[in-house]
Design a protein around this ligand. Structure first.
Ligand code: AMW
Length: 210
């Protein structure tokens, strides 16, 4: 068991207690960014203001689990966080690889990452951030949709700083197994969060952005 994972799981109480897309080019990539966005908005049960739900690769993300959005991106809570406040930011458009984003989406993604990181770092009593993208399966990507991991970091949260990447890797695999309905270890620390737990955390985080 990862030592950092054990320690942070114990700390987790303080943070709210707590299309498969194998090809690199989606059929929508021949359209303009705006047209693709409109098509996906309809496909995602749009409302007049924003989506009711979002897609994260093949998975539906309920708007209850989204805590802030920008023109092209959304920020949402993690099914299997490795530290308190480990959240994700993705483009609304479902693309697997960073290189598939257009320049407006790249700019918007990083601006939202900056805004989210600046808000959650103090909220979780952290002094630093790990920002990470696993861009493609050989880099450890388990969900084929661009996403930036944002992790509030505190002194000593991992024995060695780079262990955070092993923890992200292990937790992502647990989440992927949970999606497949595979049995996880009975050890509670390896289980994924419930929708209610995730919605509760998102509700708390939403207050930081209103
Ligand atoms: W990757 O290995 O693709 O860089 O990371 C996938 C991330 O997405 C992991 O942190 C994992 O816990 C998270 N995750 C997987 N499925 C969901 C989901 N349905 N909702 C929120 N987070 C998810």
């Amino acid at each position: 068991m990862h030592p950092g994972l054990v320690r942070t799981a114990q700390q987790a109480l303080s943070f709210s207690r707590q299309i498969h897309h194998p090809c690199r080019r989606s059929p929508l990539t021949c359209l303009s960014s705006a047209a693709r966005h409109d098509i996906q908005a309809v496909a995602m049960t749009s409302t007049s203001t924003d989506f009711k739900e979002y897609l994260f690769g093949p998975w539906k993300i309920d708007s209850d689990e989204v805590f802030t959005t920008s023109q092209h991106c959304f920020a949402f809570v993690n099914l299997k966080p490795v530290v308190p406040g480990h959240v994700l930011v993705s483009p609304k458009r479902v693309v697997a690889r960073f290189a598939e984003l257009d320049s407006a989406e790249v700019a918007d993604l990083w601006c939202l990452v900056q805004r989210v990181g600046s808000a959650i770092e103090p909220y979780f009593g952290a002094q630093s951030l790990t920002l990470a993208i696993q861009d493609g399966p050989c880099a450890g990507q388990t969900v084929p949709h661009v996403h930036v991991h944002i992790l509030p970091r505190r002194a000593g949260d991992f024995e060695r700083n780079d262990e955070v990447y092993d923890a992200i890797d292990a937790a992502s695999k647990d989440a992927a197994s949970a999606h497949k309905g595979e049995h996880l270890d009975l050890d509670k620390e390896r289980s994924v969060r419930t929708p209610a737990e995730m919605a509760a955390e998102a509700a708390q985080l939403r207050t930081l952005f209103n």
